[in-house]
Design a protein around this ligand. Structure first.
Ligand code: SF4
Length: 267
């Protein structure tokens, strides 16, 4: 377990990051664009694999989060992310309870945010834990199974992309008070996920899931494999406009819900 920051996140502003995972990257995906590098064999795991945050780490979390609230550092988010997929932590629910308790004790409004690749969101204990955070930022880069397998390289225990879309939809339906943001990484180079048919598929899935917000973003740091390139900001804005045009408002209105983060908007 380690902390990082406070740092400026291009999507969340000033954030304090909590990495609950071991030093070996631990993930159910091996995304070709991952800024952490390739997922090593020892950390490439099933959706049922679990690691645990020990008591000493819980005490460190207690101390650091309390200090942040006491000192009134202008942090905009306490973010659970880091060296892989945070929902693989068996006691993530206890960590979230602890952070929310401190927040309540200090009458603080700093939201707790979890980044997830959504591969475990259907698992009841993961769902119960995630329902207690303020914001979930969930990955959805494509709606096509073959592209999903090529871009995100999911472990063979991961549900299909159609099932993940259904799971995200169910999560939002069952937990309307938890903010759900879908983040879609658009890439160019060896693979492209923003051709017309990809955009239509994404619009349909956003309409199904009905998230509170959508982040469209691109590469800002070195990638796990070569020849994975960023998409220009102007292109991302064009894609957002096409998405809004294709949107069937009778199902779900995307207007005003899509934020675009280009490669140059990163600090
Ligand atoms: S899900 Fe996140 S941590 Fe895991 S490989 Fe993909 S980008 Fe990296």
């Amino acid at each position: 377990m380690s902390f990082y920051g406070p740092f400026i996140s291009r999507r969340l502003g000033w954030s304090l990051g909590l990495d609950l995972l071991p030093v070996v990257k631990t993930c159910t995906f091996d995304c070709i664009y991952c800024e952490l590098g390739c997922t090593p064999e020892s950390g490439y795991c099933s959706i049922n694999h679990r690691v645990e945050v020990d008591q000493e780490s819980m005490e460190r979390i207690d101390y650091r989060i309390t200090t942040i609230h006491k000192s009134k550092i202008p942090v905009k988010s306490i973010t659970l992310s880091g060296n892989g997929e945070p929902t693989l932590v068996s006691n993530i629910g206890d960590v979230i309870d602890l952070i929310q308790k401190i927040k309540k004790d200090y009458d603080s409004k700093i939201p707790v945010t979890v980044f997830t690749n959504a591969s475990t969101i259907h698992i009841p204990e993961v769902q119960n834990a995630l329902a207690k955070v303020d914001t979930i930022i969930a990955k959805l880069d494509t709606t096509e199974q073959d592209l999903f397998e090529k871009i995100n390289k999911p472990h063979n225990s991961v549900p299909t992309i159609d099932q993940i879309i259904g799971n995200l939809k169910d999560f939002k339906k069952n937990h309307p008070n938890t903010e759900l943001i879908i983040q879609t990484m658009l890439i160019s180079g060896r693979l492209k996920n923003f051709e017309e048919e990809h955009i239509y598929g994404l619009v349909e899935s956003y309409e199904k899931i009905k998230p509170d917000k959508i982040f469209i973003y691109t590469i800002a740091r070195p990638t796990a494999v070569e020849k994975v390139w960023k998409v220009r900001l102007e292109k991302l804005e064009e894609i957002r406009d096409i998405m809004i045009q294709k949107n069937n408002k009778d199902i779900f209105d995307l207007h005003g819900k899509i934020d675009v983060f280009g490669p140059s908007s990163e600090l």
